[in-house]
Design a protein around this ligand. Sequence first.
Ligand SMILES: [Zn+2]
Ligand SMILES: [Zn+2]
Length: 533
Amino acid sequence: MNNNEHKFCKYCTLKLEDCLDEGLTCRSCSESVHLRCLRSGSVPGGLHGDIFFVFTCQECSSPGGESFNREKMSWLKVLVLVLYHLQSRSPGLGRKGYFHWRNHVASLIDKNWESLFLKDFKKKKKWVGTVAGTLSHFSTYFFKSGTSVVNEPAWWALTYPKLTPNVISNLYSAFTNEKQKIKILKMSITDAELFTQILHKHVKNEDLLTPLFSIDTSVMETSEVQDEEAKKTKQFSVNKRKSLLPTFESTSKKLLKLNKNATVFSNLGDELTASYLKQNESSSNDVELSVKKKPYSEEKESVKLLNPLCHYNTSLSSAAKQKGNQMKVRLMGGIRKDLILSPYSSIYLKPYIRRDTETYPTWLRLMTEIQMKANEKNEEYNLPARAPIDYTYVQPEHIPAINSLCNNFFWSGIDLTECLQYPDFSCVVLYKKLIVAFAFLVPNVKYTENYVSFIFTRPGWRNVGIGKFMLYHLIQTSLGKDITLHVSINNPALFLYQKFGFKVESVVQGFYDKYIRNEMSESKHAFFCRLER
Ligand SMILES: [Zn+2]
Ligand SMILES: [Zn+2]
């Protein structure tokens, strides 16, 4: 691109280069600074390739240091930026280099809304539709639909994945300018021809115009056979990208680390399920019995974990605790202090959804009464302070306890390890380390439908709004999608669902027939309810 041709970095004096070594230009002195040379380490927001800021360099700014103010963002810029970030930071999320417009693109925009747009930019009700519209409006020029590659609509990639958002945005300005001129001069040239001309005029390095490079999907699609040549290319492109992106090293390391941990845990989950099934096959439904018959030495920890009675009133099993230590997870009352990376959306989730110090459930009142009674005669006794009720996203260390609660309160054989794949759609409620409630939603059971798979609150913690908040949270994370669920026809939770706008769509006779229900008072028949968005 021409506009960086004679620009040199104010901090390091080296040349700036489009796509390879970009920077920001100071609005006061008009000099440029490499992204990698920024004193602040990186631009705010953390989106890779984001240069859409009004920037003031260290020298020109007030004592506060460099300043960054978001410039006005068009939907085109936002989409290019988000796709560029996804392809470079979370290639494993995509399918063959393509990303889902709603689950990946819109979802990332939603989470970064405040840093992407100016304060006065209104979040319209139908903004998700705008995302889809913009992608198809600029298809072929800037965005490429993956329909033929992924065999499913809704998947998108950048047409020229090696061009940075900065270069694409400049190309678009040049394109619209030229179009104006052509209109005035009444020249006969198609948009496609014009675009190709501009592209080759502005991007001299042909290598940058190669279409979708091979992205490391080996983790996702191991069945795919790649020849040596393809492997080499892949290695090359990965190395190259790395050298272009110096400031995000730490993030990717974190990502790697978390992924590793996730694997450790899903393996553990498999093992549990396998041994559980074995147990179940050989004996009747009574797992507990068959475990007891075995000599202690043969008894595996994994089997113990699945005995519901072991966990009826506990929270973290010893195995989970051990795993937690191995993972060097910084826990604070069962809650992480640092951000949680979602493998589903590649978004960093906050360690807390909500911290509630007000609610006083029956169980806590009861405990207080018991403590008071027990210390009646001790005049110096002070009641220990009450801990908050914490709402968090699901983490590996929660799974054993959640599974055992499910086995105990719903039916045996439930394993919710899979929910770790999409923690965005979960809510786990903790009192200190005790899991008091949880709710899970399965994204995209149908094209525009999310399904509430489990919602549970321990007895003694009910009727104080915990379930209500969890449901509210799940609805909020579902970005304009329908939400469906099944509920036993005589379960009072139906009223809560109706309050949120769920409507009964059908009655499913004997929905719970195949499950051994523990709460026998509940009907086997279910309502299928839907919240339309
Ligand atoms: Zn520099
Ligand atoms: Zn300056």
